[in-house]
Design a protein around this ligand. Structure first.
Ligand SMILES: NC(=O)C1=CN([C@@H]2O[C@H](COP(=O)(O)OP(=O)(O)OC[C@H]3O[C@@H](n4cnc5c(N)ncnc54)[C@H](O)[C@@H]3O)[C@@H](O)[C@H]2O)[C@@H](O)CC1
Ligand SMILES: Nc1ncnc2c1ncn2[C@@H]1O[C@H](COP(=O)(O)OP(=O)(O)O)[C@@H](O)[C@H]1O
Ligand SMILES: [K+]
Length: 488
């Protein structure tokens, strides 16, 4: 069961359902949210930081008061800035947490001067924000934005609607720490400057609770992955791990298909065959000793469990070969890079794609396929429609890669980081997804596991490599992703 990305205005109902199922009280859930925030905050910040928490009158403010209490008890210097008039009635849970503020915390009224804090936490408006901002709220947001401190939003930046782009003043966060599930607007690239780094914290909302909510958007988390993996036994042999064929590479671009091939092997493929140009055979054989090669224009596809096509391939004189494959193979195909570019130039190929073919375009490749979009929301919609119409899977790559399934579900990935924006990292993904297909995973699970492990490899590798991360590091780190997830 996967977390759904429930709309902002459904979150209250979601909470109610969780509370009735769990027997928890709303104040306990708020405490859990505040505690999770602090569990993330404390190891990432020195105790010498001076923290100013700007709290509104709703439950977002309630989170802020609870965070203030917990951080103060942990030794941080904390002050609370009340972003409401004295006469304002606070929400019940906000009021209770306001009353629980320890005396050591300085509580500043709305009109008090700006202080010398080094971290500003925005707990002013959360998902309960509706309509146009009141003038007084605009002033508060602008005041927060002028502050030179590091800026962290609780749940969502104040003024940002849950599903759209901001239409007025909005808090500009360096980091947004969201609870339970990311709100859709946090995943829009257009909102990057508003959201900053995105952290999503599990606050223990029961997964069953999500079932009744109507949305096609899902969020893939760590919990979803182990159950999707196949188990292999003591008597498993290399045939059980699948035989994959990869087509790609061309003069000057052999590296791409070699990366894809190494990635497939590291992901667990039993047998790998590279189909490459005849004059590039030596490079392939020397570059990847574990692989077999074929140089046939119409290679024998019998016995192949999955095919990955496109990295480094070029589009010159490839049309006939791609048609041959699409007409003669339907066991599991991943199309990437130049295979996608070839389809963009020959749209009729789209109609030849066997059901459940996996396409892995980055944004530009996707736009080449379907035409440009005004914004990311429109692009997501087009990806969904195309996947449904052709009964295929479209893996729209980028931060929070979006997997579009034939039944209309759209799954956002939660792993990965910007250090993965380096040449060849998409080729690595193609190898991983093809490998899982070859190991007998359903196309949906191959796409999910491929994308999740790929991003996780990026996270693990970037701990030591940072900006120096290259695609080869991702490949070397694939085995660590199995260890990290406890998959044998
Ligand atoms: N499952 C969850 O997601 C949980 C959510 N909690 C928190 O609860 C928040 C939602 O709380 P609420 O529903 O009380 O709402 P918020 O606190 O987000 O917003 C309500 C407040 O915003 C003001 N407001 C709304 N629209 C405005 C406008 N246009 N201009 C100026 N002011 C405006 C209201 O007057 C009210 O004071 C979440 O964002 C999160 O921080 C947590 O406490 C517990 C668990
Ligand atoms: N900012 C980012 N955050 C997370 N993942 C990213 C980011 N930038 C790129 N990636 C991932 O890296 C890969 C890049 O693929 P692609 O653009 O095809 O690269 P190449 O063509 O060089 O192989 C994709 O899987 C993408 O999701
Ligand atoms: K906020």
């Amino acid at each position: 069961m996967m977390i759904k990305i429930v709309k902002g205005d459904q979150i209250k109902a979601l909470d109610r359902l969780h509370l009735s199922l769990s027997g928890q009280s709303s104040i306990e859930l708020m405490e859990r949210a505040a505690q999770s925030f602090c569990d993330w905050f404390i190891p990432n910040h020195a105790q010498t930081e001076v923290v100013s928490i700007w709290c509104g009158a709703g439950n977002n403010g309630g989170d802020g008061f609870a965070i203030a209490r917990i951080l103060s008890r942990k030794g941080f210097t904390v002050e609370v800035k009340c972003c409401f008039e004295n006469s304002t009635k606070l929400s019940d849970d906000a009021q209770r947490n306001f009353e629980r503020l320890p005396e050591i915390i300085r509580v500043r009224p709305l009109d008090d001067h700006v202080n010398k804090s080094t971290v500003l936490i925005d707990a002013f408006l959360g998902v309960g924000f509706r309509g146009a901002l009141k003038e007084s709220a605009v002033e508060i947001i602008e005041k927060m934005n002028r502050h030179s401190a590091k800026k962290i939003s609780v749940d969502i930046p104040s003024g940002l609607p849950s599903e759209e782009l901001p239409s007025g003043a909005v808090f500009l966060a360096d980091v947004t720490v969201s609870f339970a599930q990311p709100k859709l607007s946090l995943l829009l690239p257009e909102n990057e400057a508003v959201v900053g780094e995105l952290v999503v914290l599990d606050i223990g909302v029961f997964l069953e609770v999500y079932e009744g909510f109507d949305t096609d958007f899902y969020y893939i988390t760590r919990k979803d992955i182990p159950e999707k993996h196949h188990r292999f036994g003591r008597f498993s042999h290399k045939g059980d791990f699948g035989k994959v064929m990869l087509m790609g590479g061309s003069l000057g671009k052999m590296g791409a298909i070699l990366l894809t091939g190494k990635s497939a092997l590291r992901t667990g493929s039993g047998l790998l065959q590279l189909n490459i140009d005849k004059d590039q055979n030596l490079i392939a054989q020397v570059g990847l000793t574990e692989a077999m090669t074929t140089v046939d224009e119409k290679p024998d596809l019998s016995g192949i469990d999955a095919l990955g096509i496109g990295p480094g391939w070029g589009t010159e004189n490839r049309l006939e070969k791609l048609e041959y494959v699409l007409e003669n193979f339907s066991r599991g195909i991943v199309l990437d890079a130049d295979a996608l570019n070839l389809i963009s130039k020959n749209e009729k190929l789209l109609l030849k794609l066997p059901a459940n073919t996996i396409l892995t375009p980055h944004l530009k490749e996707f736009d080449r396929l379907v035409g440009s979009s005004e914004n990311q929301l429109e692009r997501w919609q087009k990806a969904k429609e195309l996947a449904m119409e052709l009964r295929i899977i479209i893996v729209l790559k980028g931060a929070n890669t979006l997997i579009n399934l034939p039944d209309g579900r759209q799954l956002f990935n939660s792993t990965g980081n910007h250090y993965m924006a380096t040449a060849g990292s998409g080729d690595v993904l193609t190898g991983m997804i093809t490998s899982f297909l070859g190991q007998g995973y359903s196309p949906e699970n191959a796409a999910i596991c491929g994308v999740y492990h790929h991003g996780l490899a990026g996270e693990i590798a970037s701990k030591s490599k940072r900006r120096g991360l290259i695609a080869g590091d991702l490949i070397q780190t694939i085995p660590d992703t199995y260890i990290e997830l406890g998959i044998k």
